[in-house]
Design a protein around this ligand. Structure first.
Ligand SMILES: C[S@@+](CC[C@H](N)C(=O)[O-])C[C@H]1O[C@@H](n2cnc3c(N)ncnc32)[C@H](O)[C@@H]1O
Length: 464
């Protein structure tokens, strides 16, 4: 591979070497000192794997052009890699094959986990997304089978283009490709031979660059390096769930860990059309996916979404005014406690959905139940990170709920049953035994209302 790259005009290879490192596995070692910001490596445009390159290939290009709708960027690159690999005795592909030959023979992305390994993170978004991903990859392979492989059997013998081959090639694309924005809404995705041997460090900022005018890919030193140091690049601010899904590794105590909270509302909900308009004006979608993180466990956008979701007709105007002035705050005590109560219960339910609860997982990891670096250990770290984020979000929500209750001038109506609204003139109302602030016309209503009332009851009881 080095000979091909050097011949094609690569710069810097003599100062770098491949080596095995204890935590990251194979990576790139500095052969001379580098100063921060210095250019370490340039891989020329004609050696990169790009969609443009795939279409320019004299054999693969015409096939790609004949597929309608066109293949996705990921599929095109995966097919390009597999195609080059399959041209075993064709000298026209020998140079590119020298790169394919040094790609890992297998990957540790979560899609390859056994059921037992994946179960460690049951309840996490990784578990759900990996299950979906497996289905999607299977479907995409079937599409390739009918739109490409079966139509051109001479170019794509199934021995070299099986579903296992496809998964391997996709993993190569996910874990080794780089994305660069080249203009508004346009980006280029590429794999750069040798630069794809650089491992990730979270302690840097982006230190690889794509030159639009030449099409070359360069790597800069993200800090000073001494001879023998591992040279890193920065893959981005990525949570462990994504790292494991697309790269096959995790970073313990990853500060970017998150939980992607999906907020949605039934289109049958009251005032749905008005609320849809308000979400849009407030910069939200009717189905909003909002990442909760340890730094920001409860982003304002979550409250903004839920305040709109729960508002009644008399509150539409207040919300519209808030949006117009971009001064978001609670709409009313009642709306706010409903929002926070719902959120607290929903996060509580998400936490309960984890097969291994946080405290148990912490003990298991501390006692070394999972061998460090193994798939189950990586899954445990994702599970840990997501639960820590959710726990922080619940704590923040409960604190807000308590403060709403503490500062609330308008507690729930005391002359009506909190469940069926019967008033005290038509029914004998009895107060909730715990908070004594809410009343019911009977046991049946109290039981029916318990789920909704629980969090507020708790905060009102603390207040007492
Ligand atoms: C772009 S490649 C880097 C070269 C790769 N180590 C190799 O031997 O081919 C990305 C892969 O390297 C590994 N990797 C990168 N950064 C890592 C890190 N900080 N810790 C552990 N593994 C890492 C993961 O397997 C990831 O999928």
């Amino acid at each position: 591979m080095d000979a091909w790259l050097n011949k094609s005009g690569a710069v810097g290879l003599d100062d770098l070497d491949l080596a095995d490192f204890p935590d990251t596995g194979r990576g790139v070692k500095a052969q001379r000192p580098f100063k921060e910001g210095e250019r370490i490596l340039t891989v020329p445009a004609n050696c990169l794997w790009t969609v443009k390159g795939a279409y320019a290939d004299p054999l693969l290009g015409p096939v790609l052009q004949s597929v309608q709708p066109p293949l996705s960027v990921e599929d095109t690159l995966a097919l390009y890699i597999l195609f080059v690999r399959s041209r075993e005795s064709d000298p026209a592909y020998a140079e590119r094959q020298s790169h394919v030959a040094v790609l890992p023979s297998e990957y540790t992305l979560s899609m390859f986990f056994t059921e037992e390994e994946l179960r460690v993170c049951a309840g996490s978004s990784l578990y759900t997304l990996t299950t979906h991903l497996r289905g999607r990859v299977g479907d995409d392979y079937k599409k390739l089978l009918t739109s490409v492989f079966m139509r051109h059997r001479d170019l794509f013998p199934l021995d070299n283009f099986s579903i296992q081959d496809y998964k391997w090639a996709l993993s190569s694309v996910w874990s080794r490709s780089m994305d660069f924005a080249i203009s508004e809404g346009n980006s280029v995705r590429l794999i750069a031979p040798f630069a794809d041997m650089l491992n990730h460090t979270p302690d840097a900022k982006q230190c690889h660059a794509y030159d639009l005018s030449t099409g070359n890919l360069s790597v800069l030193a993200c800090r000073d390096y001494q001879v023998g140091d591992q040279v890193f690049i920065y893959y981005g601010s990525i949570a462990n769930s994504r790292l494991l899904r697309l790269y096959g590794f995790v970073l313990p105590d990853n500060p970017n860990d998150n939980y992607e909270l999906v907020l949605q509302t039934s289109s049958m909900a009251p005032l749905y059309e008005q609320k849809k308009r308000l979400w849009k004006l407030a910069g939200l979608d009717e189905v909003s996916t909002i990442p909760l993180t340890l730094r920001t466990p409860l982003p304002d956008s979550v409250l903004r979404y839920l305040r709109i979701q729960r508002l009644d007709e008399s509150e539409l105007g207040t919300m519209t005014m808030q949006i117009a002035t971009e001064s978001y705050k609670k709409i009313s005590d009642e709306n706010e406690s409903q929002v926070l109560q719902f959120l607290s219960e929903s996060i509580g339910a998400l936490l309960k959905g984890f097969e291994i609860p946080l405290e148990k997982l912490e003990v298991q990891l501390a006692e070394g139940l999972y061998s460090p670096g193994s798939n189950a250990w990586a899954a445990a770290h994702v599970c840990l990170g997501e639960q820590r984020v959710l726990k922080a979000a619940k704590e923040k929500t409960d604190a807000l709920l308590a403060s709403v209750a503490n500062g609330s001038a308008s507690l729930p109506p005391t002359k009506q049953c909190a469940n069926c609204n019967k008033d005290s003139e038509t029914a004998r109302l009895l107060a909730c035994g715990k908070c004594r602030a809410v009343k019911y016309c009977g046991r049946e209503c109290q039981v029916a209302h318990f789920k909704e009332h629980k969090a507020l009851c708790h905060s009102l009881s603390i207040r007492k």
